[in-house]
Design a protein around this ligand. Sequence first.
Ligand code: F6R
Length: 240
Amino acid sequence: MNIRVFRTPSDAGIYAASILERVVTSKERPVLGLATGGTVIPLYEAFVNLVRCGLDVSHVTTLNLDEYIGLAPDHPQSYRAFMNEHLFSKVGIPAESTHLPNGIASDLAAECERYNAVIRKNPIDIQILGIGVNGHIGFNEPSHTLITGTHVVNLSAETIKMNARFFQNEEEVPRQAITMGVQSILQAKQIILLAFGEHKAEIIREALKDGIRTDVPASILQLHKDVTVILDEQSASHLD
Ligand code: F6R
């Protein structure tokens, strides 16, 4: 794994955006695997700046990792709304080229299959990941087993608590989500894992330096041959 440590999340975001830029300019039909959450905002800000300076993204396809179950795409806390606000509305990716699971599908098993087919049809060139304080990637939560494909997941109490900051209160946080599975993530040709802040320092150490453990889902990234971990000084502080 290639580990890069930056002074600030903003510097880290600029570096991560430059890696995305390389993928976008070097492929005929680049497919970007995207994430939501606080961590990726500096990356999207830097990427939007690149687009404003002339980077063409009209040929890009995007696939997001996950979506809350029960939130319609126009719900302000849905991940579709997050992506619209922080990226899609600011760059020229055609709407039909942006994919997320549908959190209000009436048949969730069929929706998981549909999303697996979207992933198969659009092999991911680069997957952006954040990490939960419990080690989740996407919403693959700590468990005895990690699931390979897209699936419905019960969010852990820790994740619900952490994500309450985006809602009015903890009760409003959906209890379930649809997430890409770990095999889909590992099949991306390249992976960028971002983490910022002291509160991520210990889980980053466990994910990168301990063995592979299903109770630290991000540790499975040790199996991938092209992972860049982009940290700030705080999140890197337990690595030495
Ligand atoms: C979001 C996602 C999650 C987040 C993780 C970190 O699409 O898949 O795994 O990346 O929960 O969230 P933040 O960045 O808010 O700390």
